[in-house]
Write a new protein. Structure first.
Ligand SMILES: Nc1ncnc2c1ncn2[C@@H]1O[C@H](COP(=O)(O)OP(=O)(O)OP(=O)(O)O)[C@@H](O)[C@H]1O
Length: 351
């Protein structure tokens, strides 16, 4: 049984359509990430799920029950925002106790629940502090704690890590994932950060133009993007896109490549990820291209090469080789099996 079902949700602000028939299911206890660029409608979707915003039409089911008419509290969801929204004049304890107080819990119950949650989150020593005395990571944990005290079925998280420094961010990210597994609750997490989505999500839904453009396990979307938009949105550095044109029975394209492909399309785009381009031939049927390396950047054990194919086409390659001469044309190799073929509409026609 799906925990959350979003069915044909439409939403406009004035004349501007934001959600144009959104559909997806989220399973009980999973970490679902809604990924999309700025303005794609992620927060709107989350607010509608929470009951903080209304939809124009559509249906939302929690455990197969329609929640359209229910208030945020009645829905049993908890929302965690990027700015934590802690009350500055209250201690951590009082911040966490606040939602329970609003629900008229008895004092003893409040003390017991807050202490239990504080123990789970390892924040017992922070209970007497004020928000100004907390680091960003600690404040984030308190914000989660405040959501946890109500024992919600579903957590809705709107870019909760975006105010944190890069190093603490990855630490809290890992903690969040562990916490979700331990709590075994459904997390719906909104972000525009594809790395965050890839590392956190059991499933990812990519929102684009008011629709869920692709849904799946992170690795499946990475390996089988349905179109050029998704292909370039996931992956850093992004997938190289080579324009190619059919000439007789072969395709010719950027990077001076030539290859055979069973397709009727006159113009196609060949997509190849930076890690799938090699400086030495791997297989007899590899496609050979030419680039002029412009920049070589050591990434640790691997090197990023930015090369030029023609005057204004950049090609990015991730290689384990470190001895790269800049400014001199070199051959590069990749295999059609590892490429994606996009038609003129941008759809992936590999499969
Ligand atoms: N209350 C509102 N009134 C009018 N337009 C709105 C309102 N809220 C959001 N929008 C518009 O709806 C679109 C989607 O906004 P939303 O905040 O859902 O996007 P988002 O994907 O969460 O973006 P971001 O990553 O920048 O937070 C945007 O174009 C935004 O300007």
């Amino acid at each position: 049984m799906a925990d959350v079902k979003v069915i044909d949700v439409y939403k406009s602000y004035g004349k501007v359509p934001v959600l144009k028939g959104l559909n997806f299911d989220i399973e009980n206890g999973e970490f679902f990430v809604l990924l999309g660029s700025s303005g794609s409608g992620k927060s709107t979707t989350l607010n509608i799920l929470a009951g903080l915003d209304t939809m124009d039409s559509g249906k939302i089911l929690f455990d197969n029950n329609a929640v359209n008419q229910l208030s945020p509290v009645e829905r049993g969801v908890a929302m965690v925002f990027q700015n934590y929204a802690l009350y500055p004049h209250m201690t951590v304890f009082k911040n966490m106790a606040f939602p329970l107080k609003m629900l008229n819990y008895k004092k003893e119950s409040i003390i017991r629940i807050v202490n239990e949650v504080a123990k789970t989150l390892d924040i017992t020593t922070l209970l007497d502090r004020y928000p100004r005395e907390l680091s960003g990571g600690q404040a984030q944990r308190i914000a989660l704690g405040r959501a946890l005290v109500r024992d919600p079925k579903i957590f809705l998280l709107d870019e909760p890590l975006s105010n944190l420094d890069a190093n603490i961010r990855s630490k809290i990210r890992n903690e969040l994932k562990l916490m979700q597994e331990e709590l075994n609750r459904t997390f719906i997490y909104v972000t525009h950060d594809q790395m965050e989505a890839m590392s956190l999500g059991d499933h990812i839904g990519i929102l684009h133009n008011g629709l869920l453009e692709q849904y799946g396990k992170p690795i499946d979307i990475y390996n089988n993007p349905v179109n050029e938009y998704i292909a370039t949105f996931l992956g850093d550095p992004e997938m190289n896109m080579l324009s190619c044109r059919k000439n007789g029975n072969i395709y010719e394209g950027e990077c001076s490549i030539q290859f055979k492909l069973n397709s009727e399309d006159k113009n196609i785009t060949l997509g190849v990820r930076p890690e799938n381009i090699y400086l030495h031939k791997q297989n007899d049927d590899d496609i050979e291209g030419k680039i002029v390396p412009k920049i070589s950047e050591l990434l640790g054990s691997r090197t990023l090469i930015i090369g030029m194919a023609g005057s204004d086409k950049e090609i990015k390659i991730i290689t384990e080789e470190s001895d790269i001469s800049i400014g001199k044309e070199i051959p590069v190799y990749f295999n059609l099996n590892k490429c994606h073929v996009f038609n003129e509409k941008g759809d992936n026609i590999n499969k």
